[in-house]
Ligand binder design. Structure first.
Ligand SMILES: [Zn+2]
Length: 310
């Protein structure tokens, strides 16, 4: 079969062995390119099939999203619905230092599967993964009725965070500075920032976005950080101090009250098809993975979410 790997010549769709092992076999229908994948490609991370945002169809015709967290299920974190914090050996993620979904075929553990609502196209369902990252950030913020939310950054995670907050009934604006992202935010009904916010979700993950977030937060406000900082996180000191800002970390997604966050997001995407129609800007066949990654890495391309269709 063909699959996307990082090679000595960069990202390529290459011939590789069919997956084996125990689990459920899916024909992959869609796999999104994440900023993490682009960073992996740029820094030469290699040795596994890329892709942790993917959905496919089983041999019996049922369409599934794959929740890519691999966890033990026995530790306290798993038992409390936080598999993203699993402390057991073997905890990890499909597509991150282990084989993922940018392939014609995958075999995945049954517990990762989420049967799709009938209204959600499997070619769109790869968006459930970044959607759940965003959904979880809104939950982590513990937004209360009447509170104002600002999302800083208009990439796929930012727009999905705004969509999640809006879907849950909150007043939300988006602070974005790139023309195509601004157009997407407007299309989804989000205004530009004005005034102060109770909660700021920083989806851009840079020093300047943290400053913008702290500036926009009201005194006593909360900032949810969705950025990945390799070393230190450059929080603006004096501004955070005089406003007494709280910083909340958020990674991946889990379950609460017996409900999987990925399931809540699948229903949101099914109910509001304009979210995926706006955020998925480019689609490529698997053999064109090299071009797909080039476009995903190029801000001038107008790309928000690039999807590979094996
Ligand atoms: Zn665990």
């Amino acid at each position: 079969m063909r699959a996307v790997m990082n090679t000595n010549n960069g990202i390529r769709a290459i011939d590789t062995d069919e997956p084996d092992g125990t689990g459920v076999r899916l024909s992959v229908a869609s796999a999104g390119i994440c900023g993490t994948d682009v960073n992996f490609a740029a820094t030469g991370v290699t040795g596994f099939i890329y892709g942790h945002e993917f959905a496919g169809v089983a041999d019996d015709g049922q369409a599934y999203f794959v929740e890519p967290t691999i966890y033990g299920g026995k530790c306290e974190e798993c038992r409390n619905g936080n598999p993203q914090r699993c402390t057991e050996p073997g905890h990890g993620n499909l597509g991150i230092y282990s084989n993922g979904g940018m392939a014609e075929t995958v075999v995945v553990p049954e517990y990762t599967l989420l049967a799709l609502p009938a209204q959600l196209d499997v070619k769109t369902a790869c968006l459930v993964e970044p959607g759940a990252v965003a959904w979880h950030a809104v939950r982590r913020a513990q937004v209360q009725p009447g509170e104002r939310v600002l999302v800083v950054g208009g990439g796929s995670i930012g727009l999905l965070a705004a969509a999640a907050a809006q879907h849950r009934g909150f007043d939300v604006d988006v602070d974005t500075r790139h023309g195509h992202q601004l157009a997407a935010a407007e299309r989804l009904g989000f205004d530009q920032p004005s005034g102060a916010y109770d909660v700021v979700i920083d989806s851009a993950g840079s020093e300047s976005s943290l400053v913008r977030s702290a500036d926009a937060a009201r005194p006593g406000g909360r900032i949810v950080s969705l950025g990945v900082y390799q070393n230190m996180m450059p929080i603006p000191g004096t501004l955070s101090l005089i406003k007494e800002l709280s910083y909340v970390s958020s990674i991946a997604y889990g379950q609460h009250d017996g409900v999987r966050e990925v399931e809540e997001v699948a229903f949101m995407l099914a109910e509001k098809p304009e979210i995926a129609q706006t955020i998925i800007t480019h689609r490529y066949r698997l053999k064109d993975a090299q071009e797909a990654f080039r476009v995903a890495a190029d801000r001038r391309s107008g790309a928000i979410k690039v999807v590979i269709e094996p």
